[in-house]
Design a protein around this ligand. Structure first.
Ligand SMILES: Cc1cc2nc3c(=O)[nH]c(=O)nc-3n(C[C@H](O)[C@H](O)[C@H](O)COP(=O)(O)OP(=O)(O)OC[C@H]3O[C@@H](n4cnc5c(N)ncnc54)[C@H](O)[C@@H]3O)c2cc1C
Length: 398
């Protein structure tokens, strides 16, 4: 019997496995995919803080970026640029592979091509029921960590619920020889309520993707055709990958002998959908709590509840403010977004935001509070027909 079974060999699952293995626990990682180098539907943009905190190797960083050119619905560009590199674009498969190598180097064992169907929680262990091909696979451990990304099946079956809100993401790799900067596109015609992007990766290549609650691939195909017509990408005839992003955390991220981490737990920035950094931060917290619980052999839900308390203490206010901003943004019309662009530029608000020391790629709460501290924004938001739950929860009013 293993000490811990981690379900899911994504970046968060493998990091959790590596930490626990380094603490001396026997760890099995169970991954449904047949190959650990299958493409991942993710752009791989992570902030400098994430690169440093998790010692992400230079060899997997394809380039550093100082900012992005954001296009309003009518096509006005806003240059969000800072003098220093703000984020790295990493090769997403290599990021997974590097976390897997670290975990394996510390002794974690991988069961690949093994899809977990169910977890039975007994008094002294968990029983993992999985399939590999057509054959059943059984595995036992003292505790399980669910790191299954956007796949609500297991957490729901275990009575931990579903993430409160989510969005679909789509992305394609394109040949984009002339593209050197990150571009973000806004507007109902492009990606209703969310945004689309084009990101340069290795020389001449890039990623085009978007988030949308409805028919994301239809919007992406339209955007790809437009970019091809404008000569920005070589061809619109490309393969599209699909993924899901939780926008609100799972109500319960622990249970008897169970912890949930990463996108499976909804540990994701609600404004951008970025989940790598927050997932890794919570993986550290999960590993610490599980280590203490395993050492004391106290693995009840009560003993593990501290995990949720601690990660919510670290991220809770960010997630709440980010989700508030996301829901308000979703209610802006295209005209209002264009007007906000004008205001940001003409009043100097943009410049002061970009110069603010606390503006961070990873922590958005400060920027949201700063933006809505401007009278002009408070007036716009005040004039909108927002449901009471959004009006009442405007940051600064709580
Ligand atoms: C289009 C798109 C773009 C994105 N871009 C960014 C970005 O630029 N930056 C950023 O920070 N985040 C981004 N994200 C979000 C990011 O991809 C996720 O937050 C991150 O991958 C979460 O990692 P994870 O390990 O929690 O889950 P995942 O990476 O999804 O890994 C979960 C693993 O569990 C496995 N699994 C699932 N169910 C089972 C099962 N029952 N049995 C066995 N194995 C199972 C899966 O096969 C998978 O390998 C993006 C997401 C999308 C959709």
């Amino acid at each position: 019997m293993y000490d811990v079974a981690v379900i899911g060999a994504g970046v968060v699952g493998s990091h959790t496995a590596g930490r626990l293995a380094a603490m001396g626990h026997s760890v099995a990682v169970v991954e449904g995919k047949r190959s650990l180098t299958e493409p991942v539907c993710c752009t791989g943009i992570i902030g400098r803080e994430c690169v440093t905190s998790f010692a992400i190797g230079e060899d997997i960083i394809m380039r550093w970026v100082k900012g992005a050119r954001v296009f309003s619905p009518s096509g006005k560009p806003l240059k969000l640029w800072r003098p220093e590199p703000q984020a790295a674009i990493v090769d997403r498969v290599s990021l997974n592979v590097s976390m897997i190598s670290r975990a394996q180097g510390r002794g974690a064992h991988y069961e690949v091509g093994t899809l977990v169907r169910d977890i039975e929680v007994a008094d002294d262990r968990v029983r993992i029921k999985a399939v590999r091909g057509n054959s059943p696979v059984y595995l036992e451990a003292r505790a399980a960590v669910i790191a299954t990304g956007f796949r609500p099946g297991l957490t729901e079956r275990l009575g931990l619920g579903r993430t409160g809100d989510f969005v679909a993401g789509v992305q394609a790799e394109v040949s984009a020889p002339g593209v050197e900067d990150v571009e973000v596109y806004l507007g109902r015609e492009v990606a209703p309520s969310f945004f689309a992007w084009m990101v340069p990766t290795t020389s001449g290549m890039g990623l085009v993707g978007l988030l949308s609650r409805q028919t994301p691939e239809v919007y992406l195909r339209k955007l790809l055709s437009l970019l091809a017509d404008r000569g920005k990408i070589a061809s619109a005839d490309v393969e599209v990958l699909h993924g899901g992003i939780s926008l609100k955390p799972l109500a319960k991220t622990y249970g008897d002998r169970l912890l949930v981490v990463g996108t499976a737990a909804g540990q994701v920035k609600p404004i951008t959908g970025g989940g790598i950094y927050y997932g890794l931060l919570c993986a550290n917290i999960a590993a610490e709590h599980l280590h203490r619980a395993l050492s004391a052999d106290n693995l009840s839900a009560r003993d593990l509840a501290g995990y949720q308390r601690e990660w919510k203490q670290r991220l809770g206010s960010e997630l709440r403010t980010g989700y508030w901003a996301r829901r308000v943004y979703e209610r802006f019309s295209d005209r209002q977004i264009d007007r906000l662009f004008d205001i940001m530029e003409s009043t100097g608000i943009l410049e002061s935001l970009l110069n603010a020391k606390d503006l961070s790629f990873d922590w958005h709460g400060g920027a949201v509070s700063r933006v809505i501290s401007y009278e002009v924004f408070r007036k716009i938001i005040g004039s909108m027909k927002l449901p009471a739950r959004l009006k009442d929860r405007m940051p600064g009013r709580e």
